[in-house]
Design a protein around this ligand. Structure first.
Ligand SMILES: Nc1ncnc2c1ncn2[C@@H]1O[C@H](COP(=O)(O)OP(=O)(O)OP(=O)(O)O)[C@@H](O)[C@H]1O
Ligand SMILES: [Mg+2]
Length: 577
């Protein structure tokens, strides 16, 4: 008996429908997802000419019943749900009953399938969606689908395809992500008769990372395995060594489906903060969230890349905790001191972070994160950071040494000062303060190269908001009237600060948008900060430490280098000497 049904009109109208086949990679995605939905654990994908002329998917799944074969090509024909209400407890990749119909309608389509309890399989051939033959054939159990000459009957859409290499790259990139989430499925990708990618299906994420990213990355990842409130987070995160300039390596799956979601991105950003990831860098992660289907709505967009969580703040928190807990393991930190107090630590840090750092713009408007009053947590924090310490001295004219209780801290004076200045500039920048400029006694006109001049003109706003007072003087010249009003170590020349910042920004030009702001502020802070080998007076040290200790994240400089190293008293044992 067949299992596929045609959805009723009510359900059809409620399902996010629409064309999802724009290119060969979309065909591969839909067919491979059908294969896993059919329980396959071995899938072979063979393509020619970037999938434009030929795509063949073979699986060892449960196959399609004879009488269902023609029905499966109809629109809204699915075996996965009976009505839209079933989505609350459906975990299959597909549910719209549209993919095969869409694919068949724009190609020469062949499908061969046999279920385990049939002797013979069925082969149907369709052209532009019309079935032209159906016959019984010898076949392995499972399903094979061949899609040839995609868009043969819609030449305009064919014209939008990129060259074969690019189309193939889309296929490969998609399949690699699929393989990361489906570690127990072995996939093989063949391009123009060459095997390009295989995964063994043995379920090991470390093997997969090695395969896709190589040795260096594999050696810098840590396993995540966390569960809270019925949500399970598994996968890996990377140490700061492999933090990236882009978000390309921030990959997230929801019940093994690759999704894009700003709540999760924001949550990860918070969790990586303070972990040494560094300004403008993005933490590496490949994580899957397993949760009940009624916690979210995937029926938002036909590609199913978007999702709406019913309780954004819950998901935000669990994801944050999963990452933070992994970051606080011995493996990640290289020592075990925080490990015991982890849960309490993460909880506290989370409350603090979410009260101060969430940028509303990066979250969906419905977020309900602010449940603790700001004032209360500010007070808590002030109390926490009022630390009594004893100043011991300065080591190598570089490290400030202080004693706090049973611990000794070495504080890198440059990194610490840099951190401090960074916070000051950023505060001014964020609040767009008008009075954050220190006017120079004499304005200076600087002659720049054309490239430098263009950069300054284009980014005038960055300079101004950070506290520079600049004027365009024409002919590649800029006049400096003032520099950011922050606590310089000594009389910093306006020209040097301006030129150093400019140089640095131009040598690392890649970042854009928000990143460039962060990087700019970090650069100014770095250039203005006291360097190693500069002598500090006791008063200056006091001020530096006092100011540092009330910062939101005193532990790393804006570039992610630690400002502080801690030693426990019991590590100082004469027996070891
Ligand atoms: N490889 C396969 N093995 C077994 N059954 C399959 C396979 N491919 C498709 N089917 C059957 O054909 C039906 C239609 O597939 P189709 O991809 O069009 O819809 P769907 O997967 O139900 O929903 P969606 O459009 O969201 O992908 C499926 O519900 C399933 O019953
Ligand atoms: Mg499908």
């Amino acid at each position: 008996m067949g299992k596929i049904i045609l959805l009723d009109d009510l359900s059809i109208n409620q399902i996010a429908a629409g064309e999802v086949i724009e290119r060969p990679a979309n065909v591969v995605k839909e067919l491979v997802e059908n294969s896993v939905d059919a329980g396959a654990d071995k899938i072979t994908i063979e393509v020619k000419k970037g999938g434009k002329t030929f795509i063949k998917i073979t699986d060892n799944g449960k196959g399609i019943d004879k009488e269902d074969m023609p029905l499966s090509l109809e629109r809204h024909a699915t075996s996965k749900i009976k009505s839209v209400d079933d989505l609350e407890h459906t975990y299959t990749m597909g549910f719209r009953g549209e993919a095969l119909a869409s694919i068949a309608s724009i190609s020469n389509f062949t499908m061969i399938s046999r279920t385990e309890n049939e002797e013979l399989g069925v082969k149907i051939v369709a052209e532009g969606g019309d079935i032209i033959s159906a016959e019984e054939v010898q076949a392995n159990s499972g399903t094979t689908i061949i899609v040839e000459n995609i868009f043969f009957n819609t030449p305009v859409r064919y014209k939008f395809l990129k060259n074969d290499g690019t189309e193939f790259r889309y296929i490969k990139e998609w399949l690699e992500k699929f393989a990361m989430a489906h570690l127990d499925v072995s996939v093989k990708l063949i391009n123009d008769s060459k095997t390009v990618f295989t995964s063994n299906g043995r379920g090991n994420i470390f093997d997969m990372v090695y395969l896709l990213y190589g040795k260096d990355v594999k050696e810098n990842i840590i396993k995540v395995d966390y569960e809270q409130e019925n949500i399970k987070v598994t996968g890996v995160i990377g140490t700061s060594v492999i933090a990236r300039d882009t978000r390309k390596d921030q990959i997230v799956f929801l019940n093994k489906r690759n999704i894009k979601n700003s709540t999760l991105t924001a949550s990860a950003d918070q969790a990586f903060k303070g972990g040494g990831t560094g300004i403008g860098k993005h933490g590496f992660f490949i994580l899957n969230l397993d949760m009940p289907a009624n916690y979210y709505d995937i029926n938002v967009h036909p590609t199913k890349m978007e999702v709406r969580f019913k309780d954004e703040s819950k998901v935000f928190k669990v994801f944050y905790n999963a990452i933070k807990n992994a970051m606080l393991t011995k493996e990640f930190l290289g020592n075990s001191e925080v490990e015991e107090k982890k849960e309490a630590y993460v909880e506290k840090e989370f409350n603090f972070m979410t009260n101060h750092f969430i940028k509303p713009a990066s979250l969906v408007p419905t977020n309900k994160m602010k449940n603790v009053s700001e004032d209360k947590s500010i007070i808590e924090r002030e109390e926490k950071r009022k630390v009594e310490y004893k100043f011991i001295g300065i080591l190598f004219r570089t490290y400030i040494v202080i004693e706090v209780g049973d611990e000794v801290y070495l504080i890198d004076q440059h990194a610490a000062h840099e951190r401090l200045l960074y916070e000051q500039i950023r505060e001014n920048y964020k609040n767009n303060l008008q009075n954050n400029t220190q006017m120079t006694l004499l304005s200076e006109v600087i002659n720049l190269t054309h490239k430098e001049y263009e950069f300054v003109k284009e980014n005038m706003d960055l300079f101004k908001k950070s506290g520079f007072d600049l004027e365009d003087f024409g002919e590649n010249c800029i006049k400096i009237n003032g520099i950011p009003d922050i606590e310089y170590r000594e009389k910093t020349s306006a020209r040097a600060l301006f030129m150093d910042t400019l140089d640095e920004m131009l040598t690392n030009e890649r970042s854009q948008g928000k990143d460039i702001e962060e990087r700019f502020i970090a650069t100014v802070a770095c250039k203005a900060a006291v360097k190693a080998n500069m002598d500090l007076t006791k008063q200056e040290v006091d001020k530096l430490i006092d100011n540092l200790l009330v910062l939101k994240n005193p532990y790393t400089c804006p570039h992610g280098r630690p400002t502080t190293i801690k030693f426990d008293k019991d590590k100082f044992s004469l027996e070891d000497i």
